[in-house]
Design a protein around this ligand. Structure first.
Ligand code: ASP
Ligand code: MG
Length: 426
């Protein structure tokens, strides 16, 4: 069996859905599991709807827009009334959900509402594919995928999901060339509530299901030709990377490369399932393959750039060394403020952390640490990571910049940079 993952952009219009039908039709002799996200930007839209619902503001207008978006796709595909019944019923279900009193647990109500992007979008796509002559079965992934109850960032319960996957497996038994279409991003908790895996989590869903079903490969269909060695938004002359090892892909996504969701690789690596990243706009183009035996020839330098960073340096007020209990205080505070650290470094009397700029979180953190630590920070910093660097590249990219902090290993260099000298804030 193969797994195909289609993100929001690949099903954002009637033409896009027709294109998906073409891609799937080409695979019709094989078992295929399709994992799909909400159409277009519907998850953002539902987040807005959920916000209004929580604030007890009117939701009817936002719900109408949600319905109108899907209706326009169904119109473009010329779906008959009976082919619209499935997704329309789900929108009525969402309407009922909005009539309930919001739970105290915000994340629980988030998952209960926002999951409709995936539910409605996959239902509409499944009915459209059937109408276009591609035989697919719609499957509610919540029957198979089980998580804990940490809503919005649910963690997979592998044991229960293994049993759940048998239900999905049954849909493929007996006939070659079966196609099942299901949702990314969503799952169910052990308590039976809907959960979500975190924004952009559908890639990860595809990997989890591939792992559970022992798939032969996973293809993520995107609107880019594959993985590039840098984000073209920041770098000129990017090159495509045809092949990558799992290890390399994990490192890159950990340090912030955003083409695939960072948790996607690990389950695939464990079972050595290759991951292909391909363009749905140009399916004959090679794309990128991520697998164990990649990366044999001379590696291409890879760049990850994060603008708008804060570099905070933390020193004990009593001039003592930074020791374990200080680190515990600092990490506790970072964790409580919801700050994820992009880079850290310590010296005898200070500890530096670099994280995405968020003034509110910075202030909360400083409030927590101020009594015992002296705090200084630099705002609007840049964090540059280069894997497979050489000195020439580093010199080129740092010319005219000041390097505030640098970490180097044989494969990788990471630097906190700033453009023009400015004063430190206290
Ligand atoms: N629809 C969800 C999101 O936009 C999941 C995904 O697209 O991967 O975050
Ligand atoms: Mg999405």
């Amino acid at each position: 069996m193969k797994v195909y993952k289609f993100g929001g952009a690949s099903v954002m219009s009637a033409e896009a859905v027709q294109n998906v039908a073409r891609l799937v039709r080409d695979q019709s002799h094989e078992n295929l599991l399709i994992v799909q996200s909400a159409m277009g930007k519907m998850t953002n839209h539902l987040e807005e709807l959920w916000g209004a619902y929580r604030a007890e503001e009117p939701t009817a207008g936002l719900l109408d827009e949600f319905r109108a978006y899907h209706t326009s796709i169904a119109d473009g595909l010329e779906l008959a009334p009976e082919q619209r019944e499935g997704y329309e019923a789900l929108i009525y279900q969402l309407q009922d959900e909005l009539r309930k009193v919001p739970e105290e647990n915000e994340a629980l109500s988030y998952d209960r509402i926002v999951c409709y992007g995936e539910l409605v979008g996959t239902r509409l796509a499944a009915d459209a594919l059937n109408m276009l002559g591609v035989n697919v079965e719609w499957f509610d992934v919540r029957h198979a995928l089980v998580t804990d109850s940490s809503h919005r960032t649910a963690q997979v319960d592998w044991e229960r999901s293994r049993t759940g996957a048998d239900i999905l497996r049954a849909h493929f038994e007996g006939n070659e060339g079966s196609c099942v279409l299901t949702q990314g991003f969503i799952a169910r908790s052990r308590m039976g509530n809907t959960t979500t895996l975190g924004r952009e989590g559908s890639d990860y869903s595809a990997a989890i299901l591939a792992y559970l079903m022992d798939a032969e490969s996973v293809t993520i269909w995107k609107d880019v030709p594959g993985m590039l060695n840098a984000d073209p938004k920041w770098f000129a002359n990017t090159v495509e990377v045809p092949e990558l090892s799992y290890r390399e892909a994990i490192e890159l996504s950990y340090y912030g490369a955003s083409v695939i969701h960072s948790k996607t690789i690990k389950p695939l690596q464990n079972k050595e399932i290759p991951l292909l990243v391909k363009s749905f706009l140009d399916p004959t183009h090679g794309g990128t393959v991520i697998r164990t035996d990649g990366w044999s020839s001379a590696p291409v330098p890879m760049y990850i750039f994060k603008p708008e960073q804060i570099l905070l340096s933390i020193s004990p007020r009593d001039f003592s060394f930074i020791v374990e209990h200080n680190l515990r205080d600092i990490f506790d505070a970072l964790n409580q403020c919801g700050i994820s650290v992009n880079l850290m470094q310590n010296s005898a009397i200070s500890f530096s952390v670099c994280f995405d700029r968020d003034r509110r979180r910075l202030e909360a953190l400083m409030e927590m640490l101020r009594s015992n630590y002296e705090l200084r920070y630099n705002d609007h910093m840049e964090l540059l990571t280069i894997r497979h660097y050489d000195e020439k590249i580093v010199a080129q990219l740092t010319s005219g910049k000041e390097i505030l902090l640098e970490q180097k290993s044989r494969q990788m260099i990471r630097m906190v940079l700033r453009d023009t000298p400015q004063a430190e804030n206290e």
